[in-house]
Design a protein around this ligand. Structure first.
Ligand SMILES: [Zn+2]
Length: 244
């Protein structure tokens, strides 16, 4: 595919400002064939940017920029980890060092860790039979409906597991929001203290909130039921409200 802009200076490709400039051939670590170390020669198109007088190579879906291990090798390592293999065997099967194997696994783990700061507007979810050792037979998987990216996989689909898991989101979003408020100005510090005192009410189900008890609330300087307090806290931040 022809580049739309230069990755070095960012200028848009207009009137042939970016032209083809030979090829760059690199040796990539490929999936081992019959347990023998295997490599391929990948020929990448090189381009020249006339605006900044530099060259760059086309991106390939087979390998990350600046890396010599093919993506399919990186994908295969976590998959084969399911078999009872030592780190040394896993490394040998893929023709990479044990240190590289560990690095790839750590990186993959980080990529798949959810950030717990926000949830997409629409979720798709399903259950599936996963590995034998999970507590319940069915695992729970869910993804972002728009991007189709998997957000997380839970070991079972029990209501308690789901509730505990998803309440982390509101907790993390509240913590992030409180950090924003802290130490800014006098009015915002008031809201910070309110969130700090009443956050537990936000973790309750809406139907369990008390709407009859009008006891005096020191921070609000008036009598208020729990439902109104939660309404007030949610009005502070649209993200918090959306997640709630
Ligand atoms: Zn450029």
């Amino acid at each position: 595919m022809y580049p739309t802009h230069c990755p070095n200076c960012g200028s848009i490709n207009e009137d042939f400002s970016i032209v083809k400039h030979g090829f760059l051939t690199s040796r990539l670590k490929w999936l081992s064939s019959s347990h023998q170390p295997t490599f391929i020669q990948l020929k990448k198109q090189r381009f020249f940017c006339r605006d900044c007088q530099t060259t760059f190579v086309a991106a390939s879906p087979e390998v990350d920029a600046g890396c010599f291990i093919a993506n399919r090798v990186k994908q295969s390592i976590p998959i084969e980890l399911q078999d009872n293999l030592s780190m040394k065997d896993l490394a040998r099967r893929h023709g990479v060092s044990p240190t590289t194997t560990t690095r790839i696994l750590v990186q993959r783990g980080k990529e798949h860790a959810p950030d717990f700061q926000h949830l997409p507007e629409n979720l798709c979810f399903d259950e599936f039979k996963s590995v034998k050792h999970v507590t319940n037979k069915m695992s729970f998987i869910f993804c972002d409906a728009a991007t189709r990216k998997i957000i997380d996989i839970l070991p079972n689909r029990l209501q308690k597991t789901l509730r505990d898991y998803f309440s982390i989101y509101s907790l993390k979003a509240r913590v992030a929001f409180m950090k924003k408020l802290f130490g800014t100005d006098y009015e915002k510090m008031k809201d910070y203290r309110k969130l700090k005192s009443y956050w537990r009410s936000m973790l309750k189900s809406a139907t369990h909130l008390n709407y009859q008890d009008y006891s005096y609330q020191r921070l609000f300087k008036k009598p208020m039921p729990e439902t109104e307090i939660v309404d007030y806290l949610l009005s502070l931040d649209p993200t918090l409200k959306a997640i709630y």
